[in-house]
Design a protein around this ligand. Structure first.
Ligand code: COA
Length: 220
């Protein structure tokens, strides 16, 4: 079951159809307008609390933002969903080297490359063409959107979000809950919770956090 009938969920569905790794039995989404509708040939079975009606199904949280995935994981935990219930989805075109670890509930979409000794936490999302190089470490709920590249030994904090085609110099840290804008080149550490953009990346006062707070308010 894919939790959150999002664009990411549709991408995961397409990947799973291509690999045949899992059969998707339905979406769960709290939006009452979606209940019973069919998305890309798969039915929305109900809201998050309806997970209890499918005790044997594996679960994958597909909200695009890590902070939202974290709240949903807490709710699912209260409904009895333990980490072993979470599916891990690795697209058949992804290259995952020996010695790399990928946590439960994480998603690697097409052409993701993990070169050597990479550690990917739980509920992490790596969108198409992400490249992680030696000894990179991604904490739980991190999101790396299409085309992100990390040099070696980069640390990405919990629920950090890296925008499309951004890159991070080797050995740097992107803090927990931080956001890196599209196309940015990160050359110094990004502190927790800040938004940095540009080449070289610098902090800005962000507005998107207001949208995130609203989104979180809808699902808590
Ligand atoms: C960085 C980001 C989060 C900022 O969003 P926001 O908080 O809504 O900020 P705003 O759009 O109000 O922009 C604030 C300022 O930063 C600038 N800015 C925004 N994104 C920028 C970027 N990627 N690079 C350079 N400058 C950027 C804006 O031009 C604006 O400048 P101004 O104040 O001089 O007018 C957003 O632009 C971004 O890059 N998001 C990632 C999108 C993405 O990769 N999506 C993938 C979907 S799968």
């Amino acid at each position: 079951m894919l939790v959150a009938a999002s664009g990411l969920a549709r991408e995961v569905l397409a990947s799973l159809r291509s690999s045949g790794a899992h059969q998707v039995i339905g979406f769960l989404d709290d939006d009452p307008a979606l209940a019973g509708t069919i998305i890309d040939g798969v039915r929305v079975l109900g809201g998050i609390p309806d997970v209890v009606d499918h005790p044997n199904a594996r679960v994958l949280i597909c909200a695009g933002k890590g902070a939202v995935r974290e709240v949903i994981a807490s709710r699912l935990g209260l409904l009895g969903v333990r980490s072993e219930r979470y599916a891990t989805v690795i697209d058949r075109t992804a290259i995952v080297s020996v010695g790399t670890t990928v946590g439960a509930g994480s998603v690697l979409l097409s052409n993701v490359v993990l070169t050597a000794g990479v550690r990917v936490g739980s509920h992490v999302v790596l969108m198409p063409n992400v490249t992680l190089t030696h000894d990179d470490e991604l904490a739980d709920f991190a999101t790396l959107t299409a085309g992100v590249s990390l040099g070696g030994s980069v640390h990405v904090g919990k629920a950090a979000y890296l925008g499309m085609n951004s890159s991070v110099r080797e050995g740097r840290t992107v803090g927990a809950g931080a956001t890196v804008g599209m196309g940015a080149a990160v050359v110094t550490d990004v502190p927790d919770g800040q938004t940095w953009v540009g080449v070289p990346a610098r902090p800005i006062v962000a507005h998107h956090t207001e949208e995130l707070v609203k989104e979180l308010g809808r699902i808590v």
